[in-house]
Design a protein around this ligand. Structure first.
Ligand code: PLP
Length: 476
């Protein structure tokens, strides 16, 4: 399937070091088969994340030179605020150094112990910031959002009936805010429809509860609306974004995604009293309100990035490039999560490697092979990331989905790079019986995937593996 070619040409290049298979074999062994511990300069195509890995444009780099680093009242702050107000429509704009600080400031201000925050699916940092207030993070995505084979247009939607039930059960006094993540990263980068935003708003209104967006990938979401939602085909993407945000009361934003920058974020909202309390907290933990943990030049780059990301040629290419990688894999029979989301392709490692039980980390086995054989870095989103021991029985509990995520940085890799990735995955798929299971030799008590060490299991061990229990959960 064809998609629009790159709507940019390359002015500056960053050379990639090609290392030998022997060196990679040594590096991954030294890293304890953990891809987070491998030096980045030994990687040829790095698909670990789309966050903070974008290439900035000449226009953004030029903006950096116009950075006004005054402690207070930097001119870049005013450009930044004007841009955010124009697109998002919320009057109070608070810069932060990245998305999780926006979440932290919001939840520290709004939540108290025992409160509940519904979301389609909380991203890890969002969940952690809710739980840090001893509140409960509730995932209410539509059921199809958890089925990797359901090829539907808006699998990121939040189920309004589940939301209604949650509000009736807990009461609006215990739900200070409802969140909606666009696109739904933890559910595979699937979009949310405008019809769903309206339906969620209606439920919120019935109970008098505010609605906030986790807006990291708002432009990609708006593009999907234009492509897939009846009635939006002739609308400009910026108008779709404006309409979407008009149904909300505010947003948190990591500009490291659809801000097209390497660092930055913000909070924006209608409520002046909340904004005042958050700003006071901001001064304590981030900085003065006109820079909020960033340099003036960063604010300028974000302002310019937010405009560029809404360019429809860019979005057609961006979402098309990710879909193209998915198409190449599907054509070769590689099982992936369908449909392909906005920022990543997810390989279904459970279906690709049925000979490796979840207790032996099939997703991580594929991640290790991709690096060792082809110099590609992907990330496991499965039993290594989410598996744990049942606190009562001590038995292994595994997530329902065992995925390997190929997240595509924005404007960084060419279509030829994508073909290289597809060919590499297909080659491994064709030789999948050769891949072995892994076992842990070290694990930290929390977030073990970042620092775990593993070793390959010999064939004789495979027959002794235990199946464990499968838990119903989403991908993060
Ligand atoms: C949906 C979502 N929310 C919040 C965040 C946190 O943003 P940051 O990494 O800038 O703190 C991310 C980052 O990946 C994300 O994908």
């Amino acid at each position: 399937m064809r998609f629009p070619a790159e709507p940019f040409r390359i002015k500056v290049v960053e050379p990639l070091r090609r290392v030998t298979r022997e060196e990679r074999e040594q590096r991954i062994a030294e890293a304890g088969l953990n891809i987070f511990s491998v030096p980045a300069d030994t990687i040829y195509v790095d698909l670990l994340t789309d966050s903070g890995t974008s290439a900035m444009s000449d226009n953004q780099w030029a903006g950096l030179m116009l950075g006004d680093e005054s402690y207070a009242g930097s001119k870049n702050f005013y450009t930044f605020v004007e841009t955010v107000r124009d697109i998002f429509g919320y009057p109070h704009v608070i810069p932060t150094h990245q998305g999780r600080m926006a979440e932290n400031l919001l939840f520290t201000t709004l939540l108290k112990k025992g409160d509940v925050v519904p979301n389609n699916i909380h991203f890890d940092t969002t969940r952690a910031n809710v739980e840090a207030q001893q509140a409960v993070a509730l995932d209410l995505v539509v059921d199809e959002g958890l089925d990797p084979t359901a090829d539907l247009p808006f699998k990121g939607n939040l189920d309004p009936e589940k939301l209604d039930r949650a509000l009736a059960e807990h009461g609006p006094e215990r739900i200070p805010v409802v969140m909606l993540t666009v696109t739904n990263n933890s559910g595979g980068g699937q979009p949310v429809s405008i019809a769903n935003v309206k339906a969620v708003r209606k439920v919120c209104d019935r109970y008098g509860v505010p609605l906030f967006f986790d807006a990291c990938r708002f432009a990609e979401n708006s593009w999907f609306v234009k492509q897939r939602e009846p009635g939006y085909q002739d609308r400009e993407v910026i108008d779709i974004a404006r309409e979407m945000f008009s149904y909300g009361d505010g947003c948190t934003m990591s500009a490291k995604k659809d801000g097209l920058v390497n660092i930055g974020g913000f909070l924006a909202m209608k409520n002046a009293e909340w904004a005042e309390r958050i700003t006071n907290l901001l001064i304590l933990v981030e900085g003065f309100p006109t820079y909020g943990g960033l340099a003036g030049r960063d604010l300028e780059a974000i302002a310019r990035g937010l405009r560029e990301v809404l360019n429809e040629d860019y979005l057609a290419f961006r979402v098309g490039q990710v879909a193209h990688l998915g198409d190449l894999l599907v054509q070769a029979g590689v099982p992936i999560v369908k449909p392909v989301g906005g920022h990543a392709v997810y390989i279904d490692a459970k279906r690709m490697l049925p000979h490796i039980p979840q207790s032996q980390f099939p997703g991580q086995s594929l991640v290790v092979a991709l690096y060792r054989e082809y110099g590609i870095r992907a990330v496991e989103v499965g039993s290594l990331m989410f598996g744990h021991k049942d606190p009562k029985t001590g038995a292994d509990v595994f997530p329902q989905l065992e995925l390997v995520r190929l997240a595509i940085p924005r404007r960084v890799y060419t279509t030829e790079h994508m073909r290289y990735v597809a060919d590499s995955v297909i080659q491994l798929f064709n030789e999948r019986e050769k891949l072995r299971g892994l076992r842990l030799s070290y694990e930290a008590p929390v977030l073990r995937h970042f620092t775990a060490r593993l070793e390959e299991i010999g064939r004789a061990d495979v027959a002794r593996s235990t199946p464990g229990r499968v838990e119903h959960s989403a991908t993060r």
